[in-house]
Structure formats: structure tokens, C-alpha cells
Ligand binder design. Sequence first.
Ligand SMILES: C[S@@+](CC[C@H](N)C(=O)[O-])C[C@H]1O[C@@H](n2cnc3c(N)ncnc32)[C@H](O)[C@@H]1O
Length: 262
Amino acid sequence: MIADIIAVNRERWDAMASANVLFSRPFFNFTREEAAAYVRCDTVLGEVDGKAVLCLASGGGQDSAAFGLLGANVTVFDLSDVQLSRDQEAARHHGYPVQTVQGDMRDLSIFDANTFDIVWQPYSINYSPTVEPVIAEVSRVLKPSGIYHLAFANPFVLAMDNDWDGNGYPLRDLYRDGEDITRFFPAWEFTQDDGTVITVAHPHEFRHTLSTLFNTLARQGFLFLQMSEWMRPDADPEQGSWAHFTQCCPPYLQTFWRLGAA
Ligand SMILES: C[S@@+](CC[C@H](N)C(=O)[O-])C[C@H]1O[C@@H](n2cnc3c(N)ncnc32)[C@H](O)[C@@H]1O
């Protein structure tokens, strides 16, 4: 059942955040310039000062820190209380207000319709078994002409890893919509500052095909604005390194959409 999957994922995200993984470390040393570059104000977003921003499934104190520093009215919605506590820490550190709300991204009923100018969703929709409820909710809570930033796994390479075999990176699975790919990555190991290693079970993660994502967005009234592929910068990456893998198989796609007028 989906509710069971979400409950398991909540425990696993709390465990990962408690292990202080990279995306659970708040940005305490962010300047305004770095913040603007992080949320890519030079692209379709423009000035965010005074805008109502929902950072969706976006806890950890990075995205909210960027928008908070730039003067936006920030709300963070996330499954993990530990992740949300990092957004509170970042807000206290930098001195801007933030609202944090715990919940499942498939149900945003706590928010009224037409509430936000921007919904910013970093890499997280792949932790939902389906995309339709999430995108429908985003379309409801966004104001007409509001902007939706949605990052997601490149579905063609989702079950792959940087296991170079001398010729390339082997494809490990069929291109199937909605598939739980967690069996390929059952656990993550995180080295702590004192050298000890904490092993955390991987949250359930799902492949969403490009057609499912784009067709669902179009059905919910979103107009495509912009897309980019994330790759680790490295001019001469070594075969088998993470940078080389990402430059052969970009793992994340970042998109911007505008909600059509109702
Ligand atoms: C990879 S982190 C992304 C956030 C991070 N700020 C970043 O910089 O990329 C994924 C986030 O999605 C959240 N998440 C996972 N499943 C969720 C769900 N069903 N509803 C809301 N949040 C969820 C996790 O708790 C986690 O904070």
C-alpha cells in the first residue's frame, strides 16, 4: 500500500538526516549572490523578493535558505521532521522567518488554492510512487501563471551507477514506468566526522518515465519553459568516476514550467 511506503520512507529520511547526509546540511555560509545562483534567478525566476514560495519535499535547509536570504516568504513542506528542523536552523542562523510543514507531497490540502507564486521542488518526486497526485496538488496551490521548478531523475539512467566495466556503464533494467528501483541500491553508507560509518536503508525510489512526467504536467495545465541536465563539472573526468558517469549519463533533469491561466 502506498501509505505503508510513505511511512517507511519517513523513517528512512529521518534516519538519513540524522546521519547528517549531504542534503541534510543547512547552508550557513550562503551569500545572497550564491543564493541567487543556486535557485537560478538569472533564468525564468527573476527577482523572488516578496514572492510566496513553497519549497516542496525540499527540507534540509538549502533551498529555503536561498529563498529566505533573497527575501521570499518561504514555506517548506517535507515528510521528514529532521529535515524540517534543518530549515528552522538555517532560518535562525540567517535571521529570516520560515514556515515548516510536515506531510506527504501527494496531499497539500493544508494549503488553500492559489497560494504560491513559486513551487520549488528539488530532486524528490521520485520518492512518490506516482506523479499525478503531486502535480495536481501543485497546480491547485499555485497562482495562475505561477512557476513550478521540478527536478527529477533522468528515467533512462535511474537504476545505473558509476560501475564502469571497461567499455561503458551497463544498463541494468527495463525502462518501466513506476518501477521501484530500490533493490539496486538497498542501503547507503555515510561516513561520520569521527570515521565511523552509518548504514541507512535506501528510501523507496521510483522511475517516472519522461512521457508520464511531461504528459501529466501538460494535463494539469503546465506550459514548458526550460530544461537542463545536471552533470558534475570536470574538464577531464576519469572513467568510472562520478563526474565521468554524470557526463555520460546525466542523472538529474531540472525543468521550469508556468501554470497556464485558469
Ligand atoms: C534529496 S532530498 C531533496 C531536498 C534537498 N533540500 C536538496 O537540496 O536537494 C529529498 C527530500 O524529499 C523528502 N521527501 C521524500 N518523500 C516525501 C514525501 N512523500 N512527501 C514530502 N517529502 C518527501 C525527503 O524527506 C527529503 O527531504
